[in-house]
Design a protein around this ligand. Structure first.
Ligand SMILES: [Zn+2]
Ligand SMILES: [Zn+2]
Length: 442
């Protein structure tokens, strides 16, 4: 057996050195047969196993389980061998260090920390000292009955059974639980983690000036109680799509916070219309995990109905976060801009139409270069339509590949985007507004 981190002492020597369960004066027969042989059972009683461990490693069927089952076996063994009952037995069980005494206490703490929280599934993680696990394994392998279950599994099962007495509806699972519980057996510390729930949907942003996600204040970075410039909110913008959607959901589900995952994002000054932009709202630490979605939708849509609306809500999972974030779909836009020097309508229409089907080369725009690496993107303009010329203002609609910088397509970003509307009509262009008309996601 390998004991990599424990120096060069063999595990057998370690437990002879310890005084935890060394039975003074008593003659311990280390060569006794394993349980369920009566001599094996007598042996594990002599080294001081508790009733619980006696039952679980005995390999014997008894009427009762756990401590009571072990007590049955112990009195049978005493009846067989009266000498055994007179021997002094160590008080600390060498197999579990009396951990099974704490099962009720631990189950109670778990239940208390989940008071008022709705859930169906739970996963238990148990931290046991490595040296205890090793010495338990050595003793059990040598003296326990074949196939008796290891300490960790037995302990987890004991806690689960105790929990099921009070809450028979819980399912214990190995992954994707509603509640993750970790128990540290050294400190008897219990931690419960309420896993988030996820809602998929599409949002329309009907006004300009709202960021998609919460932005911390630039001066105080949202620390502490905020600052003067953010009026104590800690936010750069008082509203966000995230909070207009997330706050009502947070209230309904009794959650602590939200995260917002959009299929891309529009600039603050850009509207997002049509059937809306797909997103996943992650709801953290919810007290409720289920709720009528049409009710949630109604609540969100009455929060700021002139600003943000949602549709197509569905419950989803964490996997949908990456699916939505990584999706690349074509988008349709309408953009309006101003030129410095008038030009004939015919020429404008001809020049702009000629950009339909063209592949643009776009260097990382100046406005985002502080957060993105400089590189050149190639993006295709699928189609252009509805070109409108009104004196020195021009407007048109276009459909293009995901990731096209649309404002730059118009004003050229000082020649970083080629070709551009500015280059083909040979005028300086100032963008007035931009709308996302449709995100062509499935
Ligand atoms: Zn024990
Ligand atoms: Zn601030």
């Amino acid at each position: 057996m390998e004991t990599p981190e424990d120096g060069d002492e063999a595990p057998e020597e370690e437990w002879f050195d310890g005084d935890d369960f060394y039975n003074q004066g008593a003659s311990i027969d280390w060569d006794s047969p394993p349980c369920p042989a009566p001599l094996g059972i007598a042996h594990v009683i002599k080294i001081g196993v508790c009733d619980y461990c006696l039952h679980r490693i005995s390999g014997r069927k008894t009427q009762s389980q756990g401590f009571e089952g072990g007590a049955e076996l112990r009195s049978e063994a005493h009846a067989r061998d009266s000498e055994l009952s007179r021997q002094q037995i160590p008080e600390i069980c060498p197999l579990c260090e009396n951990l099974f005494d704490d099962v009720g206490n631990i189950a109670e703490r778990i239940t208390e920390s989940l008071n008022g929280i709705e859930f169906k599934t739970m996963q238990l993680g148990i931290h046991l000292p490595k040296d205890l696990l090793q010495s338990e394994d050595t003793i059990r392998t040598k003296h326990g009955s074949q196939g008796s279950r290891p300490l960790k599994t037995s302990f987890a099962t004991a806690i689960q059974n105790e929990m099921l007495l009070n809450s028979p509806g819980i399912s214990f699972v190995k992954d994707y639980p509603d509640i993750m519980v970790t128990v540290d057996t050294l400190t008897l510390r219990v931690d419960t983690d309420v896993r988030p729930v996820f809602i998929y949907g599409r949002y329309e942003k009907l006004v300009r000036g709202i960021p998609q996600t919460r932005w911390p204040c630039r001066s105080c970075r949202g620390r502490g109680d905020g600052c003067e410039s953010c009026e104590g909110t800690g936010l750069q913008y008082s509203e966000s799509v995230q909070d207009i959607i997330g706050e009502p959901v947070k209230q309904i589900l009794g959650a602590l916070d939200t995260s917002f995952h959009g299929m891309g994002r529009e600039d603050i000054d850009v509207r997002c219309l049509g059937s809306g932009r797909p997103f996943v709202l992650e709801i953290k630490n919810p007290r409720l995990r289920e709720f009528e979605l049409s009710e949630i939708e109604k609540k969100i849509n009455s929060n700021e109905p002139e600003k943000v609306r949602v549709n197509s809500l569905k419950w989803c999972t964490k996997k949908d976060v990456s699916r939505v974030k990584e999706a690349r779909s074509e988008k349709s836009y309408t953009i309006r801009f101003k030129i410095d020097n008038p030009i004939s309508e015919q020429e404008v229409v001809k020049s702009i139409e000629a950009l339909s089907g063209v592949t643009l080369e776009q260097e990382t725009p100046k406005r985002v270069s502080h957060r993105r690496a400089a590189k050149t993107r190639k993006r295709r303009v699928t189609s252009i339509s509805n070109i409108l010329v009104e004196e020195d203002e021009i407007q048109f609609s276009l459909r293009c590949e995901a990731g096209t910088y649309v404002k730059e397509l118009v004003h050229s970003d000082e020649g970083r985007t080629t070709p551009s509307v500015s280059s083909v009509i040979e005028r300086e262009c100032v963008v007035l507004w931009l709308d996302v008309d449709e995100i062509h996601a499935d």
